[in-house]
Design a protein. Structure first.
Length: 227
């Protein structure tokens, strides 16, 4: 059985990127962080593609950016219109029509590992059982969702996103669809104060990719981001 992993990205200059980070670090640094973080995630998912029967994609927020030079190391698909729930539903359903299971991840968890993703990809393939994977975020959201079955559209759209209980809301809904494997809780990078634990997590990786190592160097070159 083959799967797909989609990395959700926005394109600097075409969409607001990391606005809360930009308030502290400035727009240029926030946009550079988003690109560097996206490359780190891409490096991990590309490694997973060499270890399992999984095709990696960028899910790009802006239709005109499908051929942007930032996103040329993976095939691209457009997220579609609407809020986050509608866009996740669109990407998930589009890829599920081509693959046996689908994993969605954000671009702001650059410390994710091949072990995390392989755990999800080993669980999801199943011909007879509806299976789902869920990666909670420390801030109450979630960094990964995967599934091998159709998800009712209202499950995506009835969740209130960017709230402290978004992850709980979403988990309670998907639990009704199939058996859920819960992955490690990771910290995403939305606020400047998130960058210190992020750097620590990156430095603690056993085998960081080159892009993850470069992200650490980028963070070290930033002005004091918690002052």
């Amino acid at each position: 059985m083959d799967g797909a992993i989609a990395v959700f990205v926005k394109t600097p200059g075409l969409s607001p990127v990391k606005t809360r980070l930009a308030a502290k670090l400035g727009q240029e640094n926030a946009e550079a962080f988003h690109v560097a973080s996206s490359r780190s995630v891409s490096s991990v998912v590309q490694t997973v593609s060499t270890l399992a029967d999984i095709q990696s994609y960028y899910a790009v927020a802006e239709e005109p950016a499908m051929n942007h030079h930032y996103w040329q190391d993976l095939p691209c698909l457009w997220q579609g219109e609407g809020g986050l729930g509608e866009r996740m539903a669109h990407v998930y359903q589009t890829l599920l029509a081509k693959h046996d299971f689908v994993i969605l991840v954000g671009a702001d968890i650059p410390q994710m590992t091949t072990k995390d993703l392989l755990a999800a990809s080993a669980w999801l393939p199943h011909n007879e059982q509806a299976r789902l994977a869920f990666g909670p975020s420390d801030d109450g959201g979630f960094w990964l969702f995967g599934g091998n079955c159709k998800i009712p559209h209202t499950i995506w759209t009835d969740v209130v996103y960017s709230k402290a209980d978004t992850g709980i809301q979403f988990f309670n809904k998907i639990e009704q669809v199939g058996e859920v494997k819960v992955l490690a809780s990771l910290c995403d990078a939305d606020e400047a104060n998130d960058l210190i634990p992020l750097r620590k997590a990156l430095c603690e990786l056993t085998k960081p990719s080159l892009a993850q190592q470069e992200l650490v160097c980028f963070l070290d070159a930033l002005p004091a981001y918690t002052s």
